[in-house]
Design a protein. Structure first.
Length: 77
């Protein structure tokens, strides 16, 4: 079942069918979905700063901050 469509529609199809490369399926992913959940949980305790979490997981501050603020990895609860 092939059809020509807009880029936006094709991206929506990928999301709907689960064939996209978001999250762990992205070859450039630095963390797993479990890591994301744990990082967010630790930050929510108030005992871990962005920089401390970055050091713990071998990430940069620029990776951890958007991850915790749900600007990236939005699909992970």
């Amino acid at each position: 079942n092939l059809r020509w469509d807009t880029s936006k529609s094709n991206q929506a199809d990928r999301a709907r069918h689960g064939t996209g490369n978001q999250g762990e399926r992205n070859p450039s992913a630095k963390v797993t979905e479990d890591d994301v959940r744990e990082i967010r949980r630790l930050y929510a305790t108030g005992r871990y700063s962005f920089s401390r979490l970055a050091r713990m997981y071998g990430l940069t501050l620029g990776t951890v901050h958007p991850l915790v603020r749900r600007r990236t990895w939005r699909h992970v609860e």
